[in-house]
Write a protein that binds this ligand. Structure first.
Ligand SMILES: C[S@@+](CC[C@H](N)C(=O)[O-])C[C@H]1O[C@@H](n2cnc3c(N)ncnc32)[C@H](O)[C@@H]1O
Length: 430
């Protein structure tokens, strides 16, 4: 495989591309590097490659002309990738795909980056090595080259090594140990010394699952999980941020479609669906908020039927779900109840289908903001029936969560759907 590296610092690569397996790969002809020094293509006595950005701002940019000449000098560039924090993240899947190419050209940026028009002139794919900013693309190029080269047949000697590693099966890798078997009192796990390959394989799989759940739960949705894997995951202790999260469904004061303050009646459907949601996600509790006496009576009758009456006898699961529900006059009373239960005053987040467009309005809360709160204190997330919460409730909250589908023009969800989507986004179990 041929890597064509376009950079203003070709000497940067001298050591990383000649050491260890990479050096052997070059010797055996498996990989070849061709360095294109952008400075050779710069004009003027100073061979200057950079210039100030239009529109002002800090730093300098790599100029178009030398970059274009440098790229055009490559006879067969193959796929052209530019290292950039704005690129799509480099993943093992992308690496596997790149390992099938004959030629790859890597453009290494420096300073504040490169004149954007380069992307109009060449079919360039942007690739990032992580959500952080480096001084230049060279370090990123080395990451990409190493990841791709080690998948080339023959590069690592041992044919399987590239297939039994982190990400190859969608999970992180299990831990490794070598001699001595006891070091300063720390023993190698017994199972690894039994010679029982089936048990070792199972132990390693369990370790992979545990490491992925602990460090990178975001990988689990894409991983191929067997029934045994799922059973193992279920048996593990997990942190449950849901316990700190409480929801309130406000029936008064809410708005009608004319923007007037009204009361909305309690519905059987909301009680059941949100109680089941609260139980499924292990939430701290679900508050039904209405100050209207006959509505409280109605809610009480529904709850009594399922929690104690005939409903419980027929469907004990439903009784369990409805045990999460309490009925209170207003949000303040729900806050006091949470404080009494937990010893901590909950932080209050409101929800709305409308983005606050008032001049100078605070940016909406993100799911990340609320997830952070949940690590430290109980949170009461307040939802409105009708056409949404009245301003007096919104004003009580520290902020309002960004609406679901805020980038689209239609987001009229039922409150049950909105609560379900919001809770799932917040919990992100996987
Ligand atoms: C100082 S950075 C420029 C950062 C740029 N102003 C920005 O904020 O997106 C200079 C060069 O380093 C490289 N670089 C920096 N961080 C990177 C990352 N996370 N992944 C890939 N390349 C990166 C790119 O080639 C970039 O053009």
């Amino acid at each position: 495989m041929n890597f064509h590296i376009v950079s203003i610092f070709p000497h940067y690569f001298e050591s990383p591309l000649s050491a260890g397996l990479m050096g052997k790969g070059v010797e055996s002809g498996l990989v070849a590097f061709d360095h294109i020094d952008v400075r050779h293509f710069a004009g003027g006595i100073h061979k200057s490659v950079d210039d100030r950005p239009f529109g002002g701002g800090p730093g300098m940019l790599l100029k178009l002309d030398p970059m274009v000449k440098a790229l055009s000098s490559i006879a067969s560039p193959g796929r052209i990738l530019m290292l950039s924090p704005r690129g799509a993240p480099l993943t093992q899947d992308r690496v596997r795909e790149l390992a099938r190419e004959e030629d790859i050209t890597l453009i290494c940026g420096r300073y504040e980056g490169i004149d954007e028009r380069l992307l109009d002139l060449f079919p360039i794919e942007l690739v990032s090595v992580g959500d952080f900013v480096l001084n230049g693309g060279e370090a990123g190029a080395v990451c990409l080259i190493e990841a791709v080269a080690r998948l080339l047949p023959g590069f690592m000697g041992h044919a399987d090594s590239g297939e039994d590693e982190s990400f190859s099966s969608g999970l992180l890798e299990y831990p490794h140990f070598t001699r001595p078997d006891v070091f300063e009192g720390l023993a190698v796990p017994e199972v690894l010394r039994t010679g029982d390959h089936a048990r070792i394989e199972q132990w390693r799989r369990h370790c992979s699952l545990e490491a992925t759940l602990r460090q990178r739960p975001d990988l689990l949705p894409q991983a191929r999980l067997t029934v045994e894997d799922v059973d193992h995951l279920r048996s593990l202790r997990r942190s449950r941020p849901g316990r700190n999260l409480y929801i309130a469904l406000v029936h008064y004061p809410v708005l009608n479609k004319f923007g007037e303050k009204v009361a909305v009646s309690v519905t059987n459907l909301d009680l059941h669906d949100l109680a089941r949601l609260a139980r499924t996600y292990g939430l701290g509790g679900f508050y039904v908020v209405t100050p209207i006496e006959d509505q409280k009576t109605l809610a009480g009758q529904i709850l009594a039927h399922w929690r104690e009456g005939a409903g419980k006898a027929v469907n004990p699961d439903r009784a369990e779900a409805l045990s999460t529900v309490s009925v209170f006059d207003d949000v303040d009373a729900a806050v006091l109840d949470i404080e009494a239960q937990t010893g901590q005053c909950p932080r209050l987040a409101a929800t709305s289908a409308r983005l606050d467009r008032a001049p100078g309005a605070e940016p909406a809360l993100t799911y990340g903001n609320v997830r952070k709160w949940l690590e430290e204190s109980p949170v009461l997330l307040v939802f409105g029936t009708g056409h949404g919460l009245a301003s007096e409730v919104l004003e009580k909250a520290e902020g309002t969560l960004r609406p679901i589908r805020y980038m689209d023009d239609y987001n009229h969800l039922s409150v049950r759907s909105a609560v379900a989507i919001t809770i799932d986004r917040l919990m992100m179990d996987e």
